[in-house]
Design a protein around this ligand. Structure first.
Ligand code: GTP
Ligand code: SPV
Ligand code: MN
Length: 604
């Protein structure tokens, strides 16, 4: 960290000759008027200084394990704010019906008023970062300007941040401009609060100029701008323009007992199982999973015509509740190594952490509000998170660092549905797979503000993250399929770990047992898996799912796999309405897929 004298608007020596960057930092600091500007180098010493200051200010509490800290947010700032997220494309038609839109000039005017003097009394940190390996053919740089030290230390975990990124930018590399303020200027003499934020929030994207303006929230996807804002919303537009895909997908490497390796990417909506599948510990003997990414994948064609995936992130920002030795032991091992910032979990009397799903609650818990826990409400917020370096994951695949990525054999789409959607379905071909993705549905979760448990369409698990018109996005997916030889395209599957029986229990045990579904996927790829034709796609007969060592009746598996024609017919009106929202932009191929589905279901 290049520090500066604490006098007003002091600016530390600028460790770059990047003129566009220097000009932008100057312009934004003149607008936001911080007391000082600090260029972050990403060093251990800098992180130590920042965490000490955050502890002194009450934002972070040190925990027992070295490098572990707990943050408790303002109770009104606990999740992504989709209704305050905007795509400010010049043409409203480029944002489409699934995004909030505001004209760029109008949004700039509105937010310039909010940003005016918003960093008074605070420090503006200049955070250079790179999404994906620094030695990529075209490294994807960004610079976040933020007045939150919590954001700086989190960005250090989540991205390749600091001096190396800045040096690699040289004097004129393009970069995404990402401005962030908690929106809480500190008047002279006024004490700060542990979690400054503002009731007014904007998470705005200017895709045409590759800019992000975020205001009012310090939380996760709202403030760590390399994540959803850059690597999905802005990157999806880059991908549209340049012929690649930015997706809300985990990446895993699966090795069979015979030693065959397959790379699999999977898109599930927020809090629907990506981190868990990415770190899966197979219950089937001889199978092995290694992790490449748990949230975001950038998919590009390689020279051999195959689709390769890179994880642009450097850390894991995982859902805490439900994470335990029985469900996700590899996440627990990752956390055991310390260096984790926990947000909104409960704290034990021994300065450890606890959350729902971790077994019996120990006595003397402090809940996420900082109060002694009385058991009347969850001790940890349902969207409480851990932020930890991905390198601590004991099963990180060595290919993680390869800037070319890994060739994907299968893409899984999945959602959280109590009914209707079977455990696993295989698409007939790419277009049918795009149809399955485009019509994906899931129950809303605590990862975003708003009601939980409401079924909504969440195309490719990207509803809140597509940076342009979703109809154009579907067309882009179809084009990707046309680009490649069908023989080397990933095969597409649709999974649902969350189907329930009439008694309300999950029909499928999930977690490590999902390896049994992955085995069938691999068998399909290798041409040995059995499948039956159903109106919605190819499903395994129950006997084709390996149940060895599992105490589950074949009838239960059959129930999890069942295609209920009546339930699917009941989905049809909603599917028609969904597609109608995209008007002319809905590719006719997808209408044809829906018509064919109707015919197969024998509906009208
Ligand atoms: P984001 O980080 O928000 O994108 O979430 P994610 O998709 O990575 O979800 P994650 O793996 O963190 O899982 C979210 C919740 O679902 C956790 O509480 C998990 O315990 C639970 N979960 C994950 N996999 C399964 C499964 O196979 N079965 C069941 N029943 N629950 C699961
Ligand atoms: C999600 O909501 O999909 C997340 C967490 O991965 S956040 O970083 O808040 O977007
Ligand atoms: Mn996510």
């Amino acid at each position: 960290m290049t520090t500066a004298a604490p006098e007003r608007t002091a600016t530390s020596p600028t460790p770059t000759n990047h003129r566009a960057l220097l000009a932008w930092v100057r312009e934004m600091s003149e607008l936001t008027r911080p007391d000082r500007v600090v260029w972050c180098d990403g060093s251990e010493a800098e992180a130590g200084e920042l965490t000490r200051a955050l502890v002194a200010g009450g934002t972070l509490e040190p925990l027992r394990r070295p490098g572990d800290f707990l943050a408790r947010t303002d109770p009104g700032d606990v999740a992504r704010v989709e209704e305050r997220t905007f795509i400010c494309s010049p043409d409203p038609d480029d944002a489409g019906p699934t995004n909030n839109w505001m004209a760029p000039d109008q949004m700039r005017a509105t937010m310039t008023r909010l940003y005016d003097g918003c960093m008074r009394g605070r420090t503006m940190y200049v955070v250079p970062f790179c999404m994906g390996p620094l030695d990529a053919a075209e490294p994807k740089f960004g610079v976040e300007l933020t007045d939150s030290a919590y954001v700086v230390v989190s960005m250090r975990t989540m991205t390749r941040m600091g001096a190396a990124a800045l040096a690699a930018m040289g004097e004129n590399a393009p970069f995404v401009r990402a401005l962030h303020s908690v929106g809480a200027p500190l008047e002279p003499g006024r004490a700060d609060v542990p979690w400054p934020c503002n009731e007014t929030k904007y998470i705005s994207h200017f895709p045409a100029t590759r800019e992000i303006w975020s205001y009012g929230s310090g939380y996760g996807g709202n403030s760590l701008l390399g994540k959803k804002c850059y690597s999905l919303r802005i990157a999806s537009v880059m991908g549209r323009d340049e012929g690649w895909l930015a997706e809300h997908m985990l990446i895993l490497k699966l090795t069979s007992p015979q030693g065959a390796t397959h790379y699999i990417a999977a898109a599930f909506p927020s809090a629907c199982g990506k981190t868990n599948l990415a770190m899966l510990e197979p219950t089937l003997p001889g199978w092995r999973v290694e992790t490449l990414g748990d949230d975001i994948a950038w998919l590009r064609f390689g020279d051999d015509g195959r689709l390769y995936a890179v994880n642009p992130e450097y850390g894991l920002f995982g859902v805490a509740p439900g994470t335990d030795w029985t469900t996700n032991p590899n996440a627990m091992r990752t956390l055991e190594r310390g260096n984790t910032i926990y947000t909104n979990v409960a704290r034990t009397a021994e300065d450890g952490v606890w959350w729902e799903g971790m077994g019996a609650a120990p006595a003397g818990l402090t809940d996420w509000h900082g109060q002694p826990w009385d058991g009347s409400a969850p001790a940890a917020h349902p969207n409480s998170r851990f932020c930890v370096p991905i390198r601590q994951c004991p099963i990180l695949a060595p290919e993680y660092d390869d800037p070319r990525g890994v060739p994907i054999s299968a893409i899984l789409f999945g959602g959280r549905r109590r009914t209707t959607v079977p455990l696993v379905t295989e698409a007939r071909d790419w277009a049918h797979g795009v149809f399955l993705g485009a019509t994906l549905s899931s129950e809303t979760t605590a990862a975003a503000t708003g009601k939980v448990g409401v079924v909504r369409r969440d195309p490719m698990a990207m509803l809140p993250f597509i940076g342009y018109h979703a109809g154009d996005y579907f067309a882009h997916w179809l084009n990707v399929g046309k680009h490649a030889d069908a023989a080397v395209l990933p095969r597409i599957f649709y999974v649902n770990w969350f189907r329930r029986g009439e008694d309300g229990r999950f029909l499928w045990p999930g977690f490590g047992e999902n390896s049994r579904v992955l085995k069938w996927v691999v068998q399909r790829l290798e041409g040995t898996g059995e499948a039956v034709e159903t109106p919605i796609g190819l499903t395994p007969p129950a006997a084709a799912i390996d149940r060895s060592g599992l105490d589950l009746d074949v009838a239960d598996v059959a129930e999890a796999l069942r295609v209920d024609v009546a339930e699917w017919r009941a989905e049809l009106p909603d599917l028609s309405d969904w597609f109608a929202r995209f008007g002319e932009k809905l590719p006719t191929v997808l209408w044809a897929e829906l018509d064919a589905l109707k015919v197969r279901l024998g509906g009208s």
